[in-house]
Write a protein that binds this ligand. Structure first.
Ligand code: AKG
Ligand code: FE2
Length: 321
């Protein structure tokens, strides 16, 4: 019994000691945590601040989209949506053509000049033409006026290269549709900018473009560089772009970006959408890289200088049928 009691006493002592040890450990842990709480909190704050700084830096660098002027889902109809911008000083260095030279500069978008059906017909035309060749890189063009077609790393003249066979690819109706659409675009540009449509002329190059996400093989494939059309193409006074496919469903990336000093403004392509703008420095722009799918568009531009006027593209007279 005594032994048992002793053992019991010893047992209860041991339990007491164990409890004390545990309490001691717990206290030590608690104070260790309390001691390290300050530095851990500081570290967390530092990490959060660094994260926020990196995020702010990245978003300020990648100021891709400040504002979407027109999204893919919107339908701009019946009147164009117009954004006026101050004309750059460029125009002072060029000869002025009253009734045409921009006095009012800006950009506009309309979805009511070309129907989606017409855009689809034009897209098929572009697909047929570009199926004849195409660039090895991501950007191919087909210029029905000059006949230039991307082929590998170069261009060929479809009218020379394919001769009469080209009449199996394009019809008179295709060319008629291009002319109709060009005429309507000319009218809406003249109305929007207060011009005399008879004093503005189609100019070159006018071309269909097909862009996909394949890497560039030559400089011609690098469509994404910021540029000013009046500088790049010389004769342009008003640029228009007719989109033949839809941003988001036919392709991703590939938005049109106006690069303004206070941020970027985009137009999301939509089949049948016409975007047009004065071609000077006030409308510095670029095309976002296409990340997936295929984007089709036509560049149709106008000059005020009759010396740079071109006639509408036409199917050459055939030597057969
Ligand atoms: O396809 C586009 O949206 C723009 C093309 C362009 O900037 C150009 O042809 O000069
Ligand atoms: Fe351009």
């Amino acid at each position: 019994m005594v032994l048992l009691r002793q053992r019991n006493a010893q047992g209860s002592n041991a339990t007491e000691i164990e409890k004390k040890i545990k309490r001691g450990n717990a206290l030590r842990q608690g104070s260790a945590w309390r001691a390290s709480r300050g530095p851990v909190a500081l570290l967390l704050i530092a990490v959060t601040l660094c994260g926020a700084a990196v995020w702010l830096y990245i978003t300020s660098l990648d100021s891709e989209i400040t504002e979407t002027l027109v999204s893919r889902a919107e339908l701009v109809s019946p009147q164009p949506r117009v954004y006026t911008v101050q004309c750059s000083e460029d125009y002072e260095n060029y000869q002025r053509y009253p009734g045409c030279t921009p006095q009012k500069c800006g950009r506009a978008v309309t979805d009511s000049v070309v129907t989606r059906e017409e855009a689809q017909l034009l897209r098929r035309l572009a697909e047929r033409g570009l199926a004849l060749a195409g660039s090895e890189g991501g950007a191919s063009i087909l210029d029905l006026h000059s006949g230039a077609l991307s082929m590998g790393k170069q261009f060929v003249n479809i009218y020379r290269y394919f001769g009469d066979q080209i009449r199996d690819v394009f019809t008179q109706e295709d060319f008629q549709l291009y002319r109709d659409v060009r005429g309507r675009i000319q009218t809406v540009i003249a109305e929007t900018f207060g011009l005399d449509p008879t004093l503005m002329y189609l100019t070159k190059p006018t071309f269909f473009s097909r862009i996909n996400s394949t890497g560039a093989k030559t400089q011609h494939d690098e469509y994404w560089h910021p540029h000013i059309d009046k500088v790049t193409y010389g004769s342009f006074d008003y640029t228009s772009l007719l989109y033949l496919s839809d941003y988001g469903s036919d392709f991703t990336g590939g938005r049109f970006i106006f690069m303004d000093q206070n941020g970027n403004r985009t137009v999301e392509p939509r089949a049948g959408r016409v975007s047009f703008f004065s071609s000077g420095t006030e409308n510095l722009h670029r095309v976002e890289r296409v990340t997936w799918g295929t984007r089709f568009a036509i560049t149709v531009s106008f000059t005020c200088d009759p010396a740079h006027a071109i006639s509408d593209p036409a199917l050459p007279e055939g030597t057969h049928g």
